[in-house]
Design a protein. Structure first.
Length: 300
């Protein structure tokens, strides 16, 4: 009843309040902040971004919205394929090494150049068959090339070392010879020199009779002169005996007689080129030594 109604006695009564409708039971959860979707679209999970295209399903937490609506999304941490709808292709793995590849790898340590060549051959063959070469084939090339370079450099250094060493040995021999030639000599003529000079006297006339220019015309024809060879060796032997006791004033002529006699002997024998000047020098030096001995060794 609403409004005011008179009572039987005619006294006005207090107005009655309007009836209160029954309160429905509260829904479970927070009744004061219901999760009502705006505009009638479902919400995404926590942390998800709102799609720029309503009506398409949303991604899970942490996933980015696709630039191409309607295509499936990738999982977290996976990059999208360059061609949507096609799986990304993975590069093929390296093939297992073949038997010849193993041989090439072992040979590269023993015979480096051969192992390197075998590694190159196997690399080409495996790429033709499998698209990629095995790691052992590539290792054969690198090991073979590296050891080949090291071996070459070591060989060059060894050759240089031997060359330098041989030069030092030769120079040491020259120094020894020079030292022996520079042994202090007396300025006076010794009795040993005068005694050795007597052996030279009977050789002077036969030595002077040798025609150097005449021999020069025939020695090169292939013939040998045994008698002349032995004679010149004998002259050189007498000169070596004189050299041991020669004084400083005559030792140079004695050395010339020795060297020239040996060269002439080699020419007569055919073991060396005959030079008539060698015979001329031996004749002149022998005469000079004989004249020196006659002047200094004559008894008063």
């Amino acid at each position: 009843m609403s409004g005011t109604e008179p009572n039987p006695e005619g006294t006005p009564q207090t107005p009655l309040p309007a009836p209160i409708p029954p309160v429905p039971p509260a829904p479970p959860g927070d009744a004061y902040a219901p999760n009502l979707p705006p505009y009638g679209y479902p919400q995404q999970g926590p942390g998800a971004h709102t799609s720029a295209y309503p009506g398409y399903p949303q991604q899970g937490a942490g996933a980015h919205t696709s630039a191409y609506p309607g295509y499936p999304q990738q999982g977290p941490g996976v990059h999208a394929s360059a061609s949507p709808g096609y799986p990304a292709q993975q590069p093929p793995g390296r093939p297992a090494p073949e038997a010849l590849t193993i041989v090439a790898f072992i040979t590269s340590f023993v015979l480096s150049p051969i192992g390197m060549v075998l590694g190159i051959v196997q690399t080409v063959r495996e790429r033709d068959r499998h698209g990629r070469a095995s790691g052992l084939a590539l290792a054969s090339i690198w090991v073979g090339a590296g050891l080949s370079v090291i071996t070459f450099v070591a060989g060059v250094l060894l050759a240089l070392s031997l060359f330098v060493f041989s030069g030092l040995v030769a120079s040491s021999g020259v120094i020894a010879d020079s030292y022996s030639e520079e042994v202090p000599r007396a300025d006076t003529v010794s009795a040993e020199f005068c005694e050795s000079a007597q052996d030279l006297t009977p050789l002077l006339e036969p030595l002077a009779s040798l025609d150097a220019d005449g021999y020069a015309e025939h020695v090169g024809d292939g013939g040998t002169y045994a008698a002349e060879t032995e004679f010149m060796i004998k002259v050189a032997g007498v000169g070596e005996t004189l050299w041991d006791s020669a004084s400083t004033s005559i030792v140079g002529e004695v050395e010339t007689m020795i060297d020239s006699s040996w060269y002439a002997a080699e020419g007569f024998e055919g073991s060396g080129a005959f030079d008539p000047q060698d015979l001329h020098d031996a004749q002149s030096a022998a005469i000079a030594v004989s004249d020196f001995a006659t002047e200094h060794c004559t008894a008063p």
